[in-house]
Design a protein around this ligand. Structure first.
Ligand code: TMP
Length: 216
C-alpha cells in the first residue's frame, strides 16, 4: 500500500541588519531538537541569498559590489530559484522542517520598499522564482534600525547605506506583514535575553505545527 508522503514545514526568519537572526535560528533549532516532539523529522537550516552551491556564488557577487537595482533583483531571484529547486523543495518533500534565514519578504522589503522597485513586479518575480513554495510561518525580528546597525558585525554594502535605508527596509517588512498577518509572528528585540526570544518562537512553532509532528 502506498503511504501518503508527509509534508515538510517551511519557516522563514526576516529582519533588518543586526537583529540577531542567525543566533535566533540556531537557538530555535536546538530547542526544537531537545523538545522531544520532532519524532523522525529532521531540521534543515538554510539561508538566502545562498543555500545551494550556485546560489552561494551568486551571493558573493551580490554582496561584493553595487549592482543596478533591477539586475540586483534578478540576481536575488536567480539565487532563489536555484535554492528552491536544489534545497528547499527536496527537504520539504522529505518531510523536513526547513528554517530559512531570509526569503521572498526580504526582496519586498529591500528591492521594492527600500530601493523603490515596484512592489507588484517584485511579488511577481518572487512567485516565478519560488514556483509556488511559500512559508507557513514567518518570524520577524523587529529591532530599532539604529540599534541593529550598531550591532551588525559582518558589515555588507546594505549596512553601509545607513539608518535611513534600514528604516525603509523595516517599513517594507511591516507592509509585507500587513498583506498576510496570520503568517507572521513578530518578536520585538529589546532587553530580553536571546534564549527567551528563541523560547517564544519555539513555543509558537510547537503550537502551530505540533499536531503534525505527532502524526510522524
Ligand atoms: P544577510 O546579511 O542576512 O545574510 O543577508 C544578505 C543581504 O542581502 C542583506 O543585506 C539583505 C539582502 N537581501 C536582499 O536585499 N534581498 C533579498 O531577497 C534577500 C534574500 C536578501
Amino acid at each position: 500500500m502506498k503511504t501518503r508522503a508527509r509534508k515538510g514545514i517551511f519557516i522563514t526568519f526576516e529582519g533588518t541588519e543586526g537583529a540577531g537572526k542567525s543566533t535566533l535560528i540556531r537557538n530555535v533549532a536546538a530547542q526544537l531538537e531537545s523538545s522531544g516532539r520532532l519524532k523522525e523529522r529532521r531540521i534543515r537550516l538554510t539561508r538566502e541569498p545562498g543555500g545551494s552551491p550556485i546560489a552561494e556564488r551568486i551571493r558573493n557577487v551580490i554582496l561584493e559590489e553595487p549592482v543596478d537595482p533591477m539586475a540586483e533583483l534578478f540576481l536575488y531571484e536567480a539565487a532563489r530559484a536555484e535554492h528552491v529547486v536544489r534545497t528547499i523543495r527536496p527537504a520539504l518533500d522529505a518531510g523536513d522542517i526547513v528554517l530559512c534565514d531570509r526569503f521572498t519578504d526580504s526582496a519586498l522589503a529591500y528591492q521594492a520598499h527600500a530601493r523603490g522597485l515596484p512592489w507588484k513586479k517584485v511579488k511577481l518575480l518572487n512567485g516565478i522564482a519560488t514556483a509556488g513554495i511559500s512559508p507557513e510561518l514567518t518570524v520577524l525580528l523587529d529591532i530599532d534600525p539604529a540599534v541593529g546597525l550598531a550591532r551588525a558585525q559582518d558589515r555588507n554594502r546594505f549596512e553601509e547605506e545607513g539608518v535611513e535605508f534600514q528604516k525603509r527596509v523595516r517599513q517594507g517588512f511591516l507592509k509585507a506583514r500587513s498583506e498576510s498577518p496570520s503568517r507572521w509572528m513578530t518578536i520585538r528585540v529589546g532587553s530580553k535575553p536571546p534564549e527567551e526570544l528563541s523560547a517564544s518562537v519555539t513555543r509558537e512553532i510547537l503550537k502551530r505545527f505540533g499536531k503534525r509532528f505527532d502524526r510522524g
